[in-house]
Design a protein. Structure first.
Length: 143
């Protein structure tokens, strides 16, 4: 049972990466359980639920392709709840900018199974920051 659940969650995460690169806000929203709580890289500090229109606007703020990679994915399953953690890469070109950026960040995702389907209940993405007095985000780090 746990092996099958892990396989389903890995497929969900692969579909998540595909939805990001194809700019499919609706596909991303379908992955979330009602009332999902997300701590993402973009403001505000807490997102309650998934806002499809806001996600579409975010996608529209980039020119060219969006590259999204999930690396070193680890999945832990316990009954009808599970979590994963990974290192993720986002690379794209903001509108009006001369070149693309690349950002590696940490991601922890929590899941709940209901009626045979795994859904995302919580997302926590973060970037480390330099604690050298500059308090700058450590955007130059790569695995």
């Amino acid at each position: 049972m746990t092996e099958q659940a892990e396989k389903q969650i890995r497929a969900l995460m692969a579909a998540r990466a595909e939805a990001m690169t194809s700019r499919d806000a609706e596909a991303l929203a379908r992955q979330y359980a009602p009332g999902v709580l997300a701590f993402t890289l973009a403001p505000p500090l807490v997102h309650h639920g998934e806002d499809v229109e806001a996600r579409k606007a975010w996608f529209a703020s980039f020119d060219g392709p969006i590259e999204f990679e999930i690396r070193d994915l680890e999945v832990t399953v316990g009954g009808d709840i599970a979590y994963s953690h990974s290192l993720n890469r986002l690379s794209t070109t903001p509108k009006g900018m001369p070149r693309k950026f690349e950002l590696w960040f940490r991601s922890t995702v929590c899941f709940r199974e209901a009626d045979g389907e795994w859904r995302i209940t919580h997302v926590h993405d973060s970037t480390p920051f330099y604690m050298d007095g500059t308090m700058s985000a450590a955007l130059d780090l790569k695995p």
